[in-house]
Design a protein. Structure first.
Length: 574
DNA sequence: GCCGTTTTCGGCCCGACTGTTTTCAGTCG
């Protein structure tokens, strides 16, 4: 069994943590963490890169040594350095670092004095009041650790989906905006970078009186507990468990602070290094030459002072965007406004919650130039999938409705099921009549990688296969993606002119940002679709656009930006 | 351990808050 990139990254993270507890060179520790970040962000399996003899040191934060270590992991499944440090440091100690307020120093001290290795051991020692005896610890710390353990047990670290984060973030933003003296509030962090999930929320407030803002924050009704409360920075946990960090700055520093709190961390580190290279210093208050503040009120000015174009938050991951900004080569990212229509939507003909007419009205209200009606094929029985006869009946209704409307073009279609053996659940003569054929996997999600790959490759051979719907069938936080050789399938899709979907349902976001990047690299075109099952689902479009932007997609990469004539031509020619 | 428009050594982002201290280390982001 070959290790996935994620598994390899986790090995390096664990190695870093154990070395940190073992008080090894902190820069070496950081080097392993940096390498883990790089590995996680790769869209191509390391196993394949190693097999093909690709020079891994071309990637950032991977040098000769780590490249060799990666090769060893790929070949043996083991990281010898990890086995080696595990002889000195019990590997279970790494888990203790997940307790809020406990870092490497604390873990080492606790282990050295009490010989404890588990969460249970720690809890017992704290309850018995023994932890406070330790130098550097005290009663408050002891209580905080017990609270941290409770928190960890209650909520095993799961990230919050962007759409769910929005529901709590926007009301809080409004609340803080209403505080006297507040000029501006932005939600920064991974939320602003439009990541599919967020670990916490970072709110930035421009104001003259930070203490007033912090006082208002801790009085917010929806708070479960206050973790820290300072004059310019506080951390709270909202009911429901989402952590919120709020930072107050003066307007003159807002841009620099927004830059800093938007991240990603690696992007910040790279920017700060760029500042240092120019004899400057970048922090959340501004870009400084000695005492002189060169830029700070506006993000654009900070980037410009570093000889960079402003970088959209979605690209700030230290994946080459800084070099691109320096060379004026940043992509013109696709926008919601550029999307003219939707090619995947359901009605009450199958499992949609609203009628054909209602869905069409909703699309018109949103200014779509075209809408494809793609109810399920017969295999999806629970969704009342369409038999060939029912589909033919629907085609007549869609055509009749289209005839009556002159502000939108209705396209006929179907979301066809890719069956376990790679055949489709409607016959070719029916598919041949449709404007849009979306092909998706809904069942048999646990086939082996080989079987899953063959299944999709076979389906792709069907000449009517136009759009590959939610390709990995994942449900964020609930169902893992199917196991499939995505690269091989995307290559086949590109070859056959099959378009790959970014399904904009917030629980799916499938393809993901990284996989969409891979699809573009393989030469595929994308289609961003809402997969709407009711009218308000059309508003999910922006979540799909977010992921396309994170993938670096331009309008030209996305077929929904075509006008209807070009779209028809493109879909017919394949 | 990585990195390099000051390139094979000598750096490595920077600041706020907390608790334990008595001037600061640890943790976090």
């Amino acid at each position: 069994m070959q290790s996935s990139n994620q598994e390899i990254a986790n090995l390096f993270r664990r190695l870093a943590t154990l070395l940190e507890i073992d008080e090894q060179n902190p820069f070496r520790v950081r080097a392993y963490r940096n390498a883990a970040e790089t590995i996680e962000a790769l869209s191509v399996p390391l196993a394949r890169l190693v097999d093909e003899g690709v020079d891994l040191t071309e990637y950032p934060h991977i040098g000769r040594e780590i490249a060799q270590m990666i090769a060893t992991v790929v070949e043996t499944g083991h990281l010898p350095a990890l086995d080696e440090v595990a002889r000195r440091v019990p590997p279970e100690l790494a888990d203790l670092m997940d307790v809020r307020g406990l870092g490497a120093k604390g873990v080492k001290a606790l282990h050295d004095h009490f010989n404890l290795t588990s969460l249970d051991d720690l809890e017992r020692a704290a309850r018995e009041g023994r932890v406070r005896e330790l130098s550097g610890f005290g009663p408050r710390k002891e209580e905080a650790l017990l609270e941290g353990i409770r928190e960890l047990r209650a909520r095993p670290h799961q990230r919050t989906r962007g759409v769910d984060a929005e529901r709590v973030a926007e009301p809080l933003r409004e609340y803080l905006t209403a505080v006297a003296g507040v000029e501006r509030v932005e939600i920064a962090g991974s939320y602003r970078r439009r990541c599919e999930t967020v670990g916490d929320l970072d709110l930035l407030v421009a104001c003259s009186d930070g203490e007033a803002v912090m006082a208002a924050l801790v009085a917010y009704p929806d708070i479960e507990r206050v973790v820290s409360h300072g004059a310019t920075r506080s951390t709270v946990v909202l009911a429901g468990g989402l952590q919120v960090d709020v930072r107050a700055v003066e307007a003159g520093s807002f841009g620099a602070a927004l830059l800093y709190f938007t991240g990603a961390k690696q992007h910040n580190v790279a920017l700060r290094q760029r500042a240092v290279d120019r004899g400057l210093k970048l922090n959340e208050y501004g870009l400084f030459e000695g005492e002189r503040n060169l830029a700070g009120a506006d993000e654009v000015d900070v980037y410009r002072a570093l000889d960079l174009a402003w970088i959209p938050p979605e690209l700030r991951e230290d994946h080459g965007e800084i070099d691109a900004a320096a060379e004026g080569m940043l992509p013109a990212l696709i926008t919601v406004e550029a999307v003219r229509g939707n090619l995947h939507a359901h009605t009450t003909w199958s499992d949609g919650k609203q009628s054909l007419e209602e869905m069409v009205d909703a699309a018109r209200a949103r200014g779509y130039e075209y809408l494809a009606i793609t109810d399920h094929g017969p295999a999806v029985r629970v969704a009342n999938g369409l038999t060939p006869d029912r589909l033919r009946a629907q085609l007549d209704e869609v055509a009749a409705l289209d005839e009556r409307l002159d502000d939108i073009t209705l396209l006929t279609g179907c979301e066809v099921d890719i069956l376990a053996d790679g055949t489709l659940d409607l016959p070719d003569d029916v598919l041949a009549r449709l404007d849009v054929v979306v092909c998706s996997i809904h069942y048999h999600l646990r086939q082996s990688r080989e079987a899953q790959t063959e299944r999709v490759l076979r389906a792709l051979d069907n000449p009517h296969f136009m759009i590959w719907g939610h390709p990995t069938a994942r449900d964020i936080n609930r169902r893992a993606p199917i196991d499939i050789d995505l690269e091989r399938c995307l290559a086949a899709a590109a070859e056959r002119g099959v378009v790959v979907e970014i399904n904009a349902q917030p629980k799916r976001l499938d393809l993901s940002d990284r996989n969409a990047r891979l699809a573009l690299d393989m030469g595929c075109r994308l289609s961003i679709n809402t997969d709407a099952h009711r009218d308000i689902h059309f508003d999910f479009l922006r979540f799909g656009v977010d992921q396309a932007r994170r993938a670096g997609a331009t309008a030209a990469d996305v077929i929904n930006t075509l006008d209807v004539a070009d779209l028809r031509r493109m879909l017919r020619s394949g």
